[in-house]
Design a protein around this ligand. Structure first.
Ligand code: DAH
Length: 352
């Protein structure tokens, strides 16, 4: 066959192959097959020897042209393949800015903490210190030093979780935050100033959980001790505290009550915020809601801690944080405060 025709065929064959090539590996392979040392073009050129000088020149020139043309096409094809690859890559990496973002669950402050933090800020602004105390206490501080000796009926009111230890049953989960009164009285150095302290924290009682009872709940204890502290100080302090927390339009009243560690003892009520004092099911038609217990520190409590009751007087109070939260935010079941259902917890987002 005429070499010129062979060359033309070679060109068309490789042009076709090139146009269908999908990868640069394929292109390289075709290049070697067509133009490589042992490639088809070389095979054709080997046959030049059988031609006349004129023809050799002619065909040689043609062969060079075809080699150049094929090289150029190969280069173009390579560029085309690279470009397609880059474009595909870019397409894959495109960011759709209209897609919705990933929803992060950001925790919210627990409603009990909202209440505690609010009151802590308030009492700090009046110069109170804050001492959390410990959840594990001994019988001495939880009961004895608070004028609740063994066999005292007040122990029954606070059915306690005792912890067994080789020292006997004198370790317990505190049933109230009042033991912090005993601790501060025992350790306070009055030459440095009076006691003005609050103790927020968790307490425990052997109660069966229902809508209004929980085996764990939160209290905030308060105690103020100095010379010449009177009941007027107690009334004034609790009056502004309750108005701060429940609203300045609330009325506050005090009723006589009994606690072993205070004498006299009182309970404080605020006017019912559901019916505004008219009487409803929440306030049991009295128009008032009981919110805390308080009183003047009992001389026996001072004595047990080594503080002279003739020199010092004091008042103390105990507030239920769960009750405060439930009343202020209209929470009907105390268990909601402890089951940590996110739907419940989220309701208080932004409250403080
Ligand atoms: N500790 C009492 C209780 O858990 C609450 C209480 C009442 C605390 C009167 C006080 C107080 O400091 O003076 O029921």
């Amino acid at each position: 066959m005429n070499l010129e025709i062979k060359l033309a065929e070679l060109k068309t064959k490789f042009e076709n192959r090139l146009s269908s090539a999908k990868s640069s590996d394929e292109v390289n392979k075709f290049k070697v097959e067509a133009l490589g040392k042992k490639g088809e073009l070389t095979q054709i050129l080997k046959q030049l020897g059988s031609l006349s000088v004129e023809e050799r020149k002619e065909i040689g020139k043609k062969a060079n042209e075809i080699r150049d043309q094929l090289n150029e096409k190969i280069e173009l094809k390579r560029q085309e393949i690279t470009k397609a690859l880059v474009e595909e890559e870019i397409k894959k990496e495109t960011i759709d800015v209209t897609l919705p973002g990933v929803d992060y669950l950001v925790g919210t402050k627990h409603v009990i903490n909202i209440v505690i933090d609010d009151l802590v800020d308030f009492f700090r602004s009046m110069g109170y210190t804050v001492d959390d105390g410990t959840e594990i206490e001994d019988d001495k501080h939880n009961f004895e030093m608070l004028n609740i000796p063994q066999g005292h009926p007040a122990r029954d009111m606070q059915d306690t979780f005792f912890l067994t230890s080789d020292r006997g049953n004198d370790w317990l989960l505190r049933s109230q935050t009042s033991p912090n009164q005993a601790h501060v009285l025992e350790t306070h150095d009055f030459s440095k100033g009076p006691i003005r302290m609050i103790s927020p924290g968790r307490v425990f009682r052997r109660d069966n959980d229902d809508a209004t009872h929980s085996h764990q709940f939160y209290q905030m204890e308060g105690i103020v001790v100095d010379r010449n502290i009177t009941m007027a100080d107690l009334f004034g302090t609790l009056n502004i505290t309750l108005k701060h927390f429940f609203g300045s339009e609330r009325e506050v009243r005090f009723r006589p009550s009994y606690f072993p560690f205070t004498e006299p003892s009182v309970e404080a009520d605020v006017s019912c915020f559901f019916c505004d004092g008219e009487g409803c099911s929440i306030c049991k038609n009295t128009g008032w809601i009981e919110v805390l217990g308080a009183g003047m520190t009992h001389p026996n409590v001072f004595k047990a801690a080594g503080v002279d009751p003739d020199k010092y007087q004091g008042f103390a109070f105990g507030m239920g944080m769960d009750r405060f939260a439930m009343l202020k935010y209209g929470i009907e079941d105390i268990r909601d405060l402890y089951t940590n259902d996110v739907r419940f917890l989220e309701k208080f987002e932004g409250e403080s």
